[in-house]
Ligand binder design. Structure first.
Ligand SMILES: Nc1ncnc2c1ncn2[C@@H]1O[C@H](COP(=O)(O)OP(=O)(O)OP(=O)(O)O)[C@@H](O)[C@H]1O
Length: 605
């Protein structure tokens, strides 16, 4: 019989199972079968055993005595002496069986908590060692390296352990620590030897390696807590190309976008990390955030020293259909409002580079991320496309929208200009009076807005939400400085930077392409001049250097068909991925904080 509490536990469990299966059981007989199976006596007995074990677990067994083996042997001796009864004989036979003896000796070992291995006797030499306390460590070498680096201490000349790689053999042994001084390897003294002379000693030793070690002082021992941080790398790193890497074999190469698990930030210059998904293998060295920032700051900003006249294509608000003959509502050529003149842009660029040199803008290093598992009822992530004017953002959006109109959608912009005859309210634009538009501005309802030829134009957050509510992927063309308005958990933007190819390829691919310009030829479509193309490349560089931390993907738009294929495949991939990595700040902060942290670009590590 089950006790009352056990019965209650079983009933609770069974009822939750039954309620959980209700939605899945289509047929009455399936339901009955499951019900009778769960009501089986055997199942209840299993629950009973489970409950008993649980209770036992809480109590924690205490040994009655620590020397059961001794007691059994004494008892057997006594019984042998006066073994006149059959039952006593049987007990003697049982107590002298090797399995039973082993069982009792294991019992005693556990009762005495005697788990340490038997250590060899300390050698006379070690006992003779004066002053420092020495430790003899014996490790068994496999084909893998030990996972430690050594260096010569400049002040004392001693050979010390520089780093222990997390997850390596030395780390797992727990016997060697960073800062320990190595006195001997397999009986060979290391005094006056250079690190590179010691490596062959380790390489040629087979099986067991014996180290004589002076442990680092206990004060240095107080190591900070182990770090476990998931970050997305925002730059490529190849230790083979890095002359400053302290040990190329111990370093970890990675590409922009890789997710890394940082396991140690104890060293300010070289952190330790593993690539996420590589299991618990040995960690590798990666440049710390500080180191990478310093390196970027020291790089000479090329364009600052090579100023060239910039005359960008600045087309504004011209219907895409007017050029291509294909019209899609919401896709407007150059709906990137608030553009600056070339002179203003050049000045801004110089200001920015000067700020970068003086360290006020941080170069992209690592971004803390968390896994996001999209549930079927979740809305699709917003897809934001950014790039310099004329690079092909509208063209790519147009191709996406045409390729799968059920999946991709674009938001309908707002304007204060008059509706034209062929236009439809809510399809081409939302036509609103000036006071309504200004009210929306005051209420922060626009992601982006601006004025052109006396009229307001803007993209509202609500129009983006409307597309997302239709279970579509909303495509949005934004200036990167405006991304902060949608950089929240609600929109979870996936940001694609569309980049021009190198100049020669750009010139070749854009030979016949046309854009609409302003200024003297306002509204006229003309081909790109060399100056336009150079300006496009310059602007792309400046965008990348300032905003690349928020770019999830960079697509180089050389051949349009290839760029479109890449983009489409990438968007489909993120759609289907079981896990996507999103900035940790989206989830951890309140809406107000999300805004603040992004607008000040904090939260990056
Ligand atoms: N890879 C390419 N090869 C050839 N032509 C291209 C390519 N990409 C875009 N174009 C053409 O270049 C012109 C400008 O492209 P698009 O209008 O898409 O640029 P954009 O990035 O949206 O810039 P803007 O906002 O200034 O319009 C268009 O005529 C387009 O068809």
């Amino acid at each position: 019989m089950l006790s009352r509490t056990e019965h209650r536990g079983v009933c609770k469990l069974l009822s939750s199972v039954m309620s959980g299966t209700e939605s899945h059981t289509d047929r009455e007989e399936d339901y009955k079968f499951l019900h009778s199976m769960l009501m089986e006596k055997k199942v209840h007995l299993l629950f009973k055993i489970h409950e008993r074990l649980k209770r036992f677990e809480k109590r924690g067994p205490v040994p009655v005595l620590e020397r059961a083996a001794c007691l059994a042997s004494d008892l057997a001796d006594e019984l042998i002496e006066d073994s006149w009864k059959d039952k006593a004989k049987e007990l003697v036979v049982m107590l002298s069986k090797p399995h039973f003896k082993s069982l009792l000796s294991v019992h005693d070992a556990v009762a005495q908590r005697d788990f340490e291995p038997a250590l060899p006797a300390i050698t006379d030499e070690a006992l003779e060692e004066e002053g420092d306390s020495v430790k003899i460590v014996s490790l068994v070498k496999t084909k893998d390296p030990l996972g430690a680096t050594i260096k010569r201490d400049k002040s004392t000349g001693a050979i010390v352990v520089a780093r222990i790689m997390r997850g390596g053999a030395a780390d797992k042994s727990g016997l060697i620590h960073e800062g320990d001084e190595l006195r001997e390897v397999n009986g060979v003294p290391l005094e006056h030897r250079k690190p590179k002379e010691i490596l062959p000693l380790l390489a040629c030793s087979d099986g067991e390696i014996k180290f004589k070690i002076v442990p680092r002082s206990s004060k240095e021992d107080a190591s900070p807590e182990k770090t476990k941080l998931l970050v997305r790398a925002l730059f490529d790193y190849d230790p083979g190309q890095d002359p400053a890497a302290p040990c190329k074999e111990a370093a970890l190469a990675f590409k922009r976008g890789d997710v890394l698990q940082v396991v140690s930030t104890e060293d300010e210059v070289w952190w330790q990390a593993r690539r996420h998904g590589d299991g618990g293998g040995r960690a590798g060295l990666i440049p710390s955030r500080q180191l990478h920032e310093r390196r970027v700051a020291l790089q000479r900003p090329r364009a600052l020293f090579q100023p060239r006249p910039v005359k960008p294509p600045v087309p504004e608000d011209v219907d895409y259909g007017a050029i291509t003959g294909i019209h899609i509502a919401g896709l407007r050529r150059s709906f990137r409002l608030g553009r600056k003149s070339s002179r203003a842009r050049r000045a801004a660029r110089c200001r920015r580079w000067s700020a970068e040199v003086h360290g006020t803008i941080r170069p992209p290093t690592y971004m803390e991320v968390i896994p996001y598992r999209r549930k079927p009822k979740d809305r699709h992530r917003l897809v934001v496309l950014v790039g310099p004017g004329g690079v092909g953002v509208s063209e790519l959006m147009r191709r996406l929208a045409i390729s799968d109109p059920d999946r991709y959608g674009v938001s309908v912009p707002y304007t204060t200009r008059e509706k034209r005859q062929q236009e439809t309210e809510g399809v081409d634009y939302h036509f609103v009076p000036v006071h309504t538009f200004e009210e929306h501005i005051l209420n922060h309802r626009f992601v982006e807005y601006g004025r052109y030829r006396g009229h307001y134009y803007g993209t509202s957050l609500d129009s983006v939400r409307r597309v997302m509510a239709k279970d579509k992927v909303c495509l949005l063309d934004l200036h990167p400085s405006k991304i902060k308005h949608v950089y929240t958990n609600e929109f979870k933007p996936y940001v694609v930077f569309v980049k021009p190819p190198p100049f020669e390829e750009l010139r070749l691919t854009r030979r016949r392409a046309k854009f609409v310009c302003d200024g003297e030829d306002a509204g006229q479509a003309r081909t790109f001049s060399e100056e336009d193309l150079r300006s496009m490349i310059d602007l792309a560089e400046s965008m990348e250097s300032q905003y690349s931390r928020v770019f999830d993907r960079v697509i180089v738009n050389g051949d349009i068909a290839a760029a479109f294929r890449d983009l489409k495949a990438d968007l489909e991939r993120i759609q289907e991925a079981a896990v996507q990595w999103v900035p940790a700040e989206w989830v951890s902060s309140s809406p107000g904080k999300e805004w603040r942290s992004c607008s000040h670009l904090t939260g990056w590590i």
